[in-house]
Design a protein around this ligand. Structure first.
Ligand code: DLZ
Length: 510
């Protein structure tokens, strides 16, 4: 008799650990304190996973599996995965533990030692729900000086024959990003995001999370995420019909009080296994061929899944565990309190943090160009920033969060992922959003108390990090502009930055 452990982000019927399961085997799923609190996950993320785990367990039982499900408040619950495997294995005549490889290094590393503790063989099977194995990614990376996503993505397009016209890309271009940067137009009607109904299982989990995780970040209600595969497929369908046609055009746009925009909101389902990547890609591709969505939108969406998602996972497994310790820019500043409270007068930050708190979601440009951009140019400590991103978003697991934050957001990897830091001044935020109109700071003012802090922090960042960045060929123009600034201007930038950081340290509402 075998014990098959299914983790909270492995909610896929065709999971490699289940392929040869027999009715005698025990499929174990457990809600444990260690996983729910190794960072203080957003309340909605815990509801999503616990409710989806409970629904998945019911479906497995309906399909003949003998499931042992341990609830969080079960008095026997030891609080850790190993503790539960040990306890449940002792109740049955278990000859082997089988698990699909955990998606995070810390857990995979831990599991390599389980066999000794359990005195049982522990088999860790490949997670075949991704489109590129860590070994295939390593083979692609071998001998390359630069690991640029764009070239990886082209190979993936060819390998899976997605949006291909014989040997070349449909439309004659691999990438239509130049068409995907429209600022927000006035009068855009953004459709409602998918709302799943609550059932008794979700209701129970909501009560449980309210009781046991009251001190975790984020709003519990309203909760409307999908918690079953059937619901996640409805969310995917809603995206394909309602949002995909405009997804490309407004991919980078931000509008006050429009947290969802035309994005897909399916990352949280993909990353816990309710959806699989190829079906999402193929539905979008079919929408293009059926004339329901334009190529720039479909290509952009497919690149996120077939390109970016697989690429960041590849980088993660190629570079861990060292990747977690990187801090190329030697950034040390603690995370300001407003990342938790949203109490800041910078309207863009207030918006993006409030929406993150409400929804356990913010879209890519909010994460990268507002929240991340601030963290980068203010020199925030990568460990603190990584922890924040890992716990606040419902889609976040370390394999996807760490490369995005350490590599893409903070340039803390010194250029393994990106060729230059994604630093921007208030001008960018003003162009791509309507946030600045209702802000106390002015994006057109460069210095002084009314200036947008992104303006002087941008130049202060460049100045502070000149020794590390000024030879970067993609930053030549920036450093030439900095070089042309007179001493008075540079002193004003530095004074503003010092004043701003001191105000944060004093706990003032900046
Ligand atoms: C994120 C998470 C949470 C909040 N809780 C659980 C849990 O109670 N039981 C479980 O099996 N998995 C949980 N997870 C997901 C795991 O943390 C995830 O499987 C690992 O981080 C590997 O990706």
């Amino acid at each position: 008799m075998k014990l098959r452990l299914i983790l909270g982000d492995q909610l896929t019927r065709s999971l490699s650990s289940l392929t040869d399961a027999t009715a005698d085997d025990v499929s174990l799923m457990c809600e444990v304190r260690a996983e729910a609190t190794y960072v203080k996950h957003h309340k909605k993320k815990i509801v999503l996973l616990f409710s989806a785990m409970r629904h998945f367990a019911e479906q497995l039982s309906d399909h003949g599996h003998s499931v042992h499900y341990v609830k969080y408040d079960d008095p026997e619950n030891s609080g850790s995965l190993l503790g539960e495997v040990t306890r449940i294995a002792a109740q049955h005549n278990i000859s082997e533990v089988i698990v699909t490889a955990p998606a995070e290094y810390r857990l995979q590393d831990e599991m390599t030692r389980w066999s000794d503790t359990l005195s049982l063989p522990v088999t860790i099977r490949e997670d075949d729900r991704f489109l590129c194995t860590p070994a295939d990614f390593a083979a692609w990376a071998e001998g390359r000086k630069q690991l640029r996503m764009e070239y990886f993505y082209r190979e993936m397009r060819r390998k899976y024959s997605i949006l291909m016209d014989q040997d070349g890309p449909i439309g004659g271009q691999w990438n239509f990003d130049a068409e995907n940067r429209k600022p927000p137009a006035t009068g855009l009607v953004v459709p409602e995001t998918y709302h799943a109904p609550h059932d008794a299982i979700t209701q129970d989990v909501l009560t449980l999370v309210a009781t046991h995780f009251a001190d975790h970040f984020g709003d519990l209600l309203p909760f409307h995420f999908a918690v079953t595969r059937e619901q996640a497929l409805l969310a995917l369908d809603a995206f394909i019909t309602d949002r995909l046609p405009q997804f490309g055009d407004y991919q980078d746009a931000m509008i006050q009080d429009e947290p969802w925009m035309y994005h897909s909101h399916i990352g949280l389902y993909l990353n816990c296994g309710l959806l699989n990547p190829l079906e999402c890609i193929q539905r979008a591709e079919a929408a293009y061929h059926g004339g329901a969505a334009p190529l720039n939108a479909v290509e952009g969406f497919i690149r996120q899944i077939l390109g970016w998602r697989e690429y960041v996972r590849g980088i993660y497994w190629l570079k861990m565990p060292d990747y977690k310790t990187l801090n190329f820019l030697d950034a040390k500043r603690p995370l300001p309190e407003f990342y938790w409270t949203a109490d800041t007068q910078m309207n863009c930050m207030r918006q993006c943090i409030s929406e993150t708190k409400q929804n356990a979601y913010a879209h890519h440009i909010q994460r990268l160009m507002v929240l991340g951009n601030f963290a980068l140019i203010a020199g925030l400590d990568p460990d603190a920033v990584n922890e924040w991103y890992l716990l606040v978003y419902a889609d976040a697991y370390e394999w996807v969060e760490l490369p995005n934050v350490t590599g893409m957001v903070l340039f803390a990897d010194g250029g393994i992922m990106g060729s230059k830091p994604y630093a921007a001044s208030g001008t960018y935020i003003n162009k791509m959003s309507n946030y600045c109109g209702s802000c106390r700071y002015k994006p057109t003012v460069k210095n002084g108390p009314t200036a947008c802090p992104f303006n002087y922090l941008y130049w202060d960042f460049m100045d502070r990090n000149a020794a590390k960045l000024n030879r970067n060929p993609r930053m030549g123009m920036t450093y030439r502009t900095l070089g042309r600034m007179n001493d008075e201007k540079r002193a004003a930038i530095s004074d503003d930055a010092v004043r701003f950081f001191k105000a944060i340290e004093r706990g003032e509402n900046v």
